[in-house]
Design a protein around this ligand. Structure first.
Ligand SMILES: NC(=O)c1ccc[n+]([C@@H]2O[C@H](COP(=O)([O-])OP(=O)(O)OC[C@H]3O[C@@H](n4cnc5c(N)ncnc54)[C@H](O)[C@@H]3O)[C@@H](O)[C@H]2O)c1
Length: 391
């Protein structure tokens, strides 16, 4: 039997409970070695649920445990940068939950420290592993929609939909933001991943409008990419809707998908409009096409639209992400999907630049300097202005 890697869970909160702990248990090449949380009872309950593991309330003690090869870091965001460095010095590989850090200088430093210490650092952008996203990537790479010059994406989630154990999201110092840095950052990563491109410029309106904690709850961004695409990102944290939609427009077709929820406007996990005939589609896409009104046999009969229903794998994405990382550690082979430390840094860079744009009320160019100054927008002032203007 090939070697199993010991995993230490750092932070025994919601996402570890729902995503990472089951992923460790499901993995053929991973086993649960330790759980560390400042709340010992929480760590113990989790370990007991998986047949036991070493329990720690201090990271240093867990890092001294030789049975731990990988640390899955799922603590409040402001702790990631500080604690990552200790992990790297101890020679542990790290799967760090998104966002990698609150500021771009911290995030890029983490990516570099990982290289220096020759450890594998992955950023927890698990949505890359969704089956509809894998197929969207395949469709774009196969040229089904041509060159993309325009996209738009939306992410709505009510602020009290997500119960977090430590309530860190509503404290800017600990979360770095409740909408931009929590939900929208998944899309910042996903669009650059799908388009194999980087952001060149951003202008943002990052505001607080409604919810009791004074954090970003209504966010609008426009970006331009290095390859010349233009796109918009919209997210809110006040609406009762859990909704999302992404549309990409190419020179030969278009593609739209949802990741978490199914609004009636976007009730197909992945829809592709292409003139490429059915028999020339990449096989995984052809197999997952749902013929609706017309026959699959007719080469051009679907008016260009393909409705694609891949098997759902929302919660399996955590296991697939971890399996990819374990394979990289054991054999040096990358799965080509998992987000690296540098990918994590690029996503954080757009959050950082969006805040800078809000403060300057102007377009901001990327890449940012490694020591770019960071500040939170004045959500108090901006929110009050927005409300006063509406009366
Ligand atoms: N990939 C995703 O879609 C996704 C989803 C949810 C959360 N996350 C990320 O996971 C991380 C945790 O989020 P959550 O919702 O599980 O939070 P949570 O509040 O439920 O859990 C955080 C845990 O960290 C522990 N903790 C706090 N300070 C600590 C310290 N100094 N030392 C040790 N433990 C400490 C808390 O006791 C708690 O158990 C965040 O970075 C978040 O952005 C990612």
């Amino acid at each position: 039997m090939s070697r199993q890697l010991g995993v230490g869970l750092y932070g025994a909160g919601n996402i570890v409970h729902d995503g990472h702990a089951p992923a460790v248990a499901a993995g053929a090449s991973t086993r649960l070695a330790a759980v560390c949380d400042i709340d010992e009872a929480r760590a113990r309950t989790l370990a007991d649920a998986y047949g036991g593991a070493n329990i720690y309330t201090s990271l240093d003690k867990m890092l001294a445990d030789p049975s731990v090869d990988i640390v899955i870091m799922a603590t409040p965001n402001n702790l990631h940068r500080r604690d990552f460095e200790a992990c790297a010095r101890a020679g542990k590989h790290v799967l760090c939950e998104k966002p990698l850090a609150v500021t771009y200088p911290d995030a890029i430093a983490m990516a570099r420290i990982a290289e220096e210490h020759k450890i594998v650092l992955k950023t927890g952008f698990n949505q890359r592993y969704l089956n509809q996203i894998r197929m969207a990537k395949l469709a774009i790479e196969a040229g089904l929609i041509g060159e993309v010059f325009s996209f738009r994406t939306v992410f709505s989630a009510k602020w009290d939909n997500w119960v977090d154990g430590s309530n860190f999201r509503w404290d800017l110092e600990r979360s770095g933001g409740a909408t931009t840095n929590d939900n929208l950052i998944h899309r910042f990563d996903m669009l650059r991943y799908l388009l194999d491109d980087d952001y060149a410029e951003v202008v943002a309106d990052v505001s607080h409008c409604v919810i009791p904690p004074v954090v970003d709850d209504n966010v609008h961004l426009m970006v331009r990419t290095n390859k010349g695409a233009r796109g918009s990102f919209i997210a809110d944290r006040y609406s009762p809707v859990l909704g999302d939609a992404t549309e990409l427009y190419g020179t030969k077709g278009s593609l739209s998908f949802w990741t978490n929820a199914g609004s009636p406007f976007f009730d197909v996990p992945l829809a592709i409009n292409t003139t490429v005939p059915m028999n020339e589609l990449p096989e995984p896409i052809r197999k997952a096409v749902y013929p609706t009104a017309r026959s699959k046999q007719n080469r051009h009969a679907w008016d260009g639209w393909l409705s694609i229903w891949p098997p759902r794998n929302e919660w399996d994405t955590y296991a697939e992400q971890l399996a990819g990382m374990a394979e990289e550690i054991l054999s040096g082979t990358r799965d080509g999907i998992g987000a690296t430390g540098f990918d994590g840094a690029r996503a954080t860079e757009l959050v950082h630049a969006a805040y800078s744009s809000q403060i300057a009320r102007a377009w901001v160019s990327l890449p940012l300097a490694d020591n770019a100054p960071f500040a939170f927008p004045d959500f108090e002032g901006h929110g009050s202005d927005a409300k006063a203007g509406r009366s």
